[in-house]
Design a protein around this ligand. Structure first.
Ligand code: SAM
Length: 223
């Protein structure tokens, strides 16, 4: 969990557009519930964070702990050798689907703007190299599936994604590195029909994560 910085950051731009005001204004005359998950500061000043209504006024740690009770055995990794601006989008989608952990491979720094603060509720792990990621995945009993539209790839639309799965994505220019594709159990491609060589990696990650959700998630547990 990357929780080193709890001050509002650049990903908190859109805060204030939704949410609730102070408890006393939203629930006039009602006592504040005796619930350790609630944050006195949010109760006093309102909760404008980008969280679902069920988590209004909850402390961040309580929200993370609650998601932790039902995270999926799905992990996502993205190669970050050139500092890809799409990683924030991947993190946000991973958060929405209760992905266990997002793995950043290569550079530590990435642009958090697209994450829209969701990175604070998402487990993140850094690996210096693809080999480090593969070692970690083997130790965690996860099957690595690379996602790219390279020759020899299997159509995602008909592939059988493993339940304990780590989906690995490449970067805007080079795509998934050769070493990562070699180390993965298989590479899945998303069917395309137009002129572009590829789709945005953030979009590709959303499609692939949702393919896993369709196959393995308990849809009755969704919000
Ligand atoms: C923009 S693409 C990489 C460029 C691509 N290798 C090329 O030849 O232009 C960036 C990443 O998005 C994902 N991606 C994009 N389009 C995809 C597709 N049709 N199927 C699977 N993955 C895709 C992959 O993870 C890929 O590594």
């Amino acid at each position: 969990m990357d929780s080193s910085n709890s001050a509002p950051g650049p990903t908190e731009w859109n805060e204030g557009r939704h949410g609730v005001g102070p408890w006393a204004e939203e629930h006039p005359g009602e006592p504040v519930p005796d619930d350790a998950r609630l944050d006195p500061e949010l109760l006093a000043s309102g909760d404008r964070r980008n969280v679902v209504d069920a988590y209004r006024y909850w402390r961040r740690e309580a929200i993370v702990a609650d998601i932790d009770t039902r995270r999926h055995p799905l992990h996502v990794a993205i190669e970050n050798f050139e500092n890809d601006a799409n990683i924030g989008t991947v993190v946000r989608t991973a958060n929405a689907f209760a992905v266990d952990t997002v793995h950043i491979v290569g550079r530590r720094r990435w642009n958090r703007r697209g994450a829209m603060v969701t990175d604070r509720y998402q487990h993140l792990m850094h690996h210096d190299t693809v080999a480090d990621l593969m070692d970690w995945a083997a130790g965690a009993d996860l099957t690595v599936v690379a996602v790219d539209n390279t020759p020899g790839s299997v159509p995602l639309e008909t592939a059988e994604l493993p339940r304990r799965c780590l989906l690995l994505f490449g970067q805007e220019g080079p795509g998934v590195t050769e070493s990562a594709r070699q180390a993965a159990r298989m590479t899945c491609s998303i069917a395309q029909f137009g002129s572009t060589r590829s789709i945005n990696v953030g979009v590709a990650a959303g499609i692939a994560m949702h393919a896993w959700v369709r196959r393995h998630a308990d849809l009755s547990a969704a919000w």
